[in-house]
Design a protein around this ligand. Structure first.
Ligand code: AHR
Length: 489
């Protein structure tokens, strides 16, 4: 592996380490919010244990209220005295009753507690421009206007600092079943009013493609590039490649381990192709690409409520997270935000909860190990390595990334091969480094090892020492299915 210090000019936007919390299953309710009267230890209704664990990750940005839920959400249901808030049906996710006890105040206050920028997804599918404009005024105005005054009546004097506004979610699907031509016109219209006639400077994020739907990107860019500040894309890893039969989060062998990694590495090609289309209309790269939903989506845990998308999280998921970050870094000229789906108890979650217990997942540990790369200068890497072969297929056995900040170089390396250790020689020529000052490894007994409420520390970061730094040559030996992060000064 060689590090190209001469071309280390771009920054890894911290927002690549963003999160997503939807009114879906037990993400918000139970996972984050239990209400102030709960027996579960809480701070003004937010679970204390979850807040502490999330603060550790330096979460830069949090997307809410969905997902598919966003295009059914009417924000006025979620403000004012809790006892007066209507109970509605959550049509997309399990048909459960949503009591709206977690609404705008609860979300934006959570962002303030976490130090995260709010990313609010507005309802384009079943809402109106008027509803959006009123919501914006409610959240962000400090003037003597009706919605800001209503906010004050509801207990919040100062406006919140909302930076990101999503103009619809999956408008090609659950957000309205639209064609890209029709959506482009709506994007232009909503975007105009979103900035309150030029007085508000949100980053307005246009709804992007479903995975490899490159036509969507082409049409929306060609018709509405001037009317957005970013474009999104959603891509989920399905181990089988078959949405109808996704396979278990825990009960898998090497075949599904391999194919999940292969599908997740597809993110590289996907970003390259969407970026190339965006380059046609935006060669200056004014419009970033936001991968605002990503992660592995498996079958739900047996016995969990259908529609709640509750899944366990294994060593395989940790490798998916690490290698996906490596890809995002590589594309940091265009990719400026990503939001893993989702934060707690849903899909590839950071944390799982059961009553008053919580467990940190292998994915959580990767977010923690990789946070050193947030807002650091990306060092382009060249990695030549053997392939990891399974059957007739191959993927690179290794993945890696590097960045520098505050006089330190941080290198993260993954060994995807579950059967063999790998030694990587890293050429640090020109770096003038002396010591490895911190080294951490995440590995596990098995590729499908998980953390459970009974055994929460099966997959957890450990001190790592299997490396040698001699002059400007670093040699690192990675055990099978492992991820290492090294800090060098
Ligand atoms: O993250 C779960 C769902 O996946 C979201 O609600 C939707 O946007 C996507 O299809």
């Amino acid at each position: 592996m060689t590090l190209d210090f001469d071309h280390a000019t771009l920054t890894i936007n911290k927002n690549i380490y963003g999160h997503f919390a939807e009114h879906l299953g037990r993400c918000i309710y139970d996972g984050i919010w239990v209400g102030p009267d709960s027996d579960i230890p809480n701070i003004n209704g937010y679970r204390k244990d979850i807040l502490e664990a999330l603060k550790e990750l330096n979460i830069p940005v949090l997307r809410w209220p969905g997902g598919c839920f966003a295009d059914t959400y009417h924000w006025k249901d979620g403000v004012g005295p809790v006892e007066n808030r209507p109970k509605i049906k959550n049509y997309f996710w399990g048909g459960v009753i949503e009591d709206n006890s977690f609404g705008t105040h609860e979300f934006l206050n959570l962002c303030e507690i976490l130090g995260a920028d709010p990313y609010v997804s507005v309802n384009v599918g079943s809402g109106t421009v008027e509803e959006m404009v009123e919501w914006i005024e409610y959240m962000t105005s400090d003037e003597d206007v009706p919605m800001a005054n209503w906010r004050r009546e509801n207990g919040r004097e100062d406006p919140w600092d909302v930076k990101f506004l999503g103009i619809g979610n999956e408008s090609w699907g659950c957000g309205g079943e639209m064609r890209p031509e029709y959506y482009s016109d709506l994007l232009r219209r909503y975007s105009l009013y979103a900035n309150l006639y030029g007085q508000r400077k949100f980053k307005r994020i246009g709804c992007g493609a479903n995975g490899t739907d490159y036509n969507w990107t082409d049409v929306v860019m060609s018709r509405a590039a001037r009317h957005m500040d970013a474009l999104s894309v959603h891509y989920y890893t399905i181990a089988t490649g078959n949405w109808g039969n996704k396979s278990s989060a825990t009960d898998f062998g090497e075949e599904l381990y391999f194919s999940a990694l292969k599908h997740s590495l597809h993110m590289d090609e996907l970003i390259s192709k969407h970026s190339a289309i965006m380059d046609k209309y935006d060669p200056q790269k004014r419009i970033p690409l936001m991968v605002d939903e990503w992660g592995i989506w498996t079958d739900p845990e047996p016995g969990s409520t259908p529609g709640f998308l509750y899944q366990q999280n294994s060593m395989r998921d940790a490798l998916i997270a690490a290698t996906t970050f490596d890809i995002f870094h590589k594309h940091c000229d265009r990719v400026q935000m990503a939001n893993i789906a989702q934060m707690v108890n849903v899909l590839q979650a950071m944390i799982l909860t059961k009553d008053d217990q919580m467990v940190l997942t292998p994915t959580y540990h990767i977010f923690n190990m990789y946070k050193v790369h947030q807002n650091a200068t990306y060092i382009p890497v060249m990695l030549k390595c053997e392939d990891y072969k399974f059957g007739n297929e191959t993927i690179p056995a290794l993945s890696g990334t590097a960045s520098q900040k505050d006089g330190k170089i941080n290198i993260s390396l993954s060994n995807l091969n579950p059967n063999e250790s790998k030694t990587i020689e890293v050429d640090l020529e020109g770096a003038k480094v002396k010591n490895v000052t911190n080294a951490v490894i995440l590995t596990a007994p098995q590729i499908n090892s998980v953390n459970t409420f009974e055994n929460p520390d099966v997959v957890k970061p450990e001190h790592f020492s299997d490396f040698r730094l001699k002059k400007e040559k670093l040699s690192v030996t990675l055990p099978p299915h492992s991820i290492v992060t090294l800090e060098i000064q």
